[in-house]
Design a protein around this ligand. Structure first.
Ligand code: ZN
Length: 252
């Protein structure tokens, strides 16, 4: 008999797959578990994102050649960036490259802007070319759970201009699936919303069989979660009213 657990209401707003954009602001109760990037107290990420970013950088010997430009931002910092950018660059530019305060992925601690290390680094639009060490980073990013969040050609979907320097941690297997299917986070969440516990998205991932599905959150109460007797699973809120469940079938 499987024990019925519940998913608390606030869990909708937590997890590696939270979608934060102009239509889905970050929830005020969002919880951060801070880790300093390269030991810097002024550069913070969610712990899980930092651990995997560092592993990726170690694998390609990237630190020193790639520079962390901007990671977690508080509401106040995002407001200051927004206002300075309007003053320096005008509203049109700012709307294309800077997310409105409350709607920036940087406030989740799951996103980081990276730049090729050089004497002059542009704080808003750092150089991250598709060559050399930056190309190597991009090639390996998905394996460590990172995606290029604002790709070229998807500007109308994301609402943000092409930003080759902005990477978002979503974890595995999601980064690999999104990269393979060429889906932005907006499109991936919409894609998973079409799958349910009785009609899940199935895939073979390495040597494992995986199923993914969407579980809408109860409106007024915690959401029952009657799964997990034969599988291991991870659950992430989507910040859009529900949960994305990933189940690994345990092979005998
Ligand atoms: Zn960014």
């Amino acid at each position: 008999m499987s024990r019925i657990q519940t998913l608390p209401k606030h869990a909708v707003y937590e997890g590696n797959l939270v979608l934060v954009n102009a239509r889905h602001p970050l929830h005020p109760g969002y919880h951060m578990s801070f880790a300093p990037v390269c030991g810097r107290s002024d550069m913070l990420l969610q712990r899980s994102a930092w651990v995997l970013l560092n592993a990726l950088m170690d694998a390609i010997d990237g630190w020193g050649k790639i520079f962390p430009v901007s990671a977690w931002r508080s509401q106040q910092e995002q407001e200051a960036i927004w206002e300075h950018s309007i003053k320096d660059n005008g509203l049109d530019f700012t709307k294309r490259y800077v997310a409105q305060p409350g709607c920036s992925e940087h406030q989740t601690g799951l996103a980081i802007d990276l730049g090729l290390n050089s004497e002059h680094i542009d704080f808003i639009r750092p150089d991250f070319p598709d060559a050399g060490i930056c190309a190597q980073f991009r090639k390996n990013a998905a394996r460590y759970g990172f995606i290029e969040r604002y790709p070229k050609g998807k500007e109308t979907v994301t609402g943000i201009a092409h930003e080759p320097w902005h990477f978002r941690f979503v974890g595995t297997p999601h980064a690999q699936i999104m990269t393979q299917l060429e889906l932005t986070l907006e499109e991936y969440i919409a894609f998973l919303h079409t799958y349910s516990p009785s009609h899940p998205y199935r895939l073979v991932f390495g040597t494992n069989n995986l199923t993914l599905f969407y579980l809408p959150a109860e409106e007024q109460a915690d959401t029952p979660f009657p799964f997990g007797s034969r599988q291991c699973h991870t659950v992430s809120g989507d910040n859009c009213g529900g949960f994305i469940v990933t189940q690994w079938e345990i092979s005998r």
